[in-house]
Design a protein around this ligand. Structure first.
Ligand SMILES: [Zn+2]
Length: 289
């Protein structure tokens, strides 16, 4: 006899941590018998509901097949909900990623890798695009909002970052048995705030305090009096698309993936950066070049 329920239980037993009730052959046989009996009762109820007042025998047979299919699905879903630990499927699907994450760390909260902007500048040069370092927010005077033309920093994301994003999504949405989460990786960067920097006033050095001759204009020590102060760092926010999946079993009892929900624009991280290191210029965010 075809048994979607038995095959589904076999697949669950092979792939995921599970209830010890299906560990040994004897227990497994008993469990399958019990669950199958429950499924048959449910199929009977469904069928009775579908065929109330039905006098066409062929329609009643069709209803019986449908009732059985729906009962299989409901019974297996119920089994997963009751007997598979909530994170079991998620952990099994991402075992390799979580293993890599264990030996890496999340990127620091402040971007100070000079390579993050050097990469853009090199690419801009290769492509012939006019791109430059912002240098300082006080000098920015283009008509375009800086948020629109700032180029996202090249962040050296690690497996630990991706796992942190997954765990955060699980915290926010909650995970049910049989489900697993996916995040689109790497996340997308948005310049949330360009931050603020300014130059301090020029002041003469000790040697030129009382000098009106103009020599001070060429003096390095006098020039050194002007410092750039970063009052507020720039802030980048990173968003991604979260997908929640669940396992299910088809009529033949083979495992299939069902999408449960998708959440776009889910913020997973924010990083600060020295505003002077922001790279601005054509062709802007989101372009591929
Ligand atoms: Zn001087």
């Amino acid at each position: 006899m075809n048994d979607a329920v038995r095959r589904a239980l076999e697949a669950l037993r092979e792939s995921y941590p599970h209830d010890p009730a299906i560990d040994t052959a004897e227990c497994f046989r008993r469990e399958v018998a019990e669950i199958t009996a429950r499924r048959d009762v449910l199929a009977g109820e469904y069928w009775a509901g579908m065929t109330a007042g039905e006098t066409d025998a062929a329609a009643a047979v069709r209803a019986a097949f449908l009732a059985r299919e729906q009962a299989d699905e409901a019974t297996i879903a119920r089994y997963i909900a009751d007997r598979i630990p909530p994170r079991a499927v998620h952990d099994a699907r991402h075992a390799a990623l979580y293993a890599r994450a264990a030996s890496s760390s999340v990127v620091p909260g402040h971007l100070d890798d000079p390579g993050a902007d050097a990469a853009w500048l090199a690419r801009a040069e290769d492509s012939g695009f006019g791109t430059e370092l912002l240098g300082g927010t006080e000098d920015y005077c283009s008509s375009e909002p800086i948020e629109d033309i700032a180029l996202p920093p090249d962040v050296a994301w690690t497996a630990a970052d991706e796992v942190a994003a997954l765990e955060y999504a699980i915290d926010v949405f909650g995970i049910d048995p049989g489900q697993w989460f996916e995040v689109q990786w790497p996340p997308e960067a948005w310049l949330w705030s360009p931050g603020h920097s300014y130059e301090t006033e020029w002041a003469p050095c000790a040697r030129h305090v009382d000098d009106d001759s103009g020599v001070a204009d060429d003096c390095d020590d006098c020039a050194d009096s002007v410092a750039v102060i970063v009052e507020t760092p720039a802030q980048w926010r990173f968003t991604t698309e979260v997908r929640i999946w669940r396992i299910a079993f088809d009529e033949a009892g083979h495992e299939v993936d069902c999408e449960v929900a998708t959440e776009r624009g889910f913020e997973v991280r924010s990083l600060t950066q020295d505003p002077r290191h922001i790279v601005v210029g054509a062709p802007g965010r989101g372009s591929r070049w």
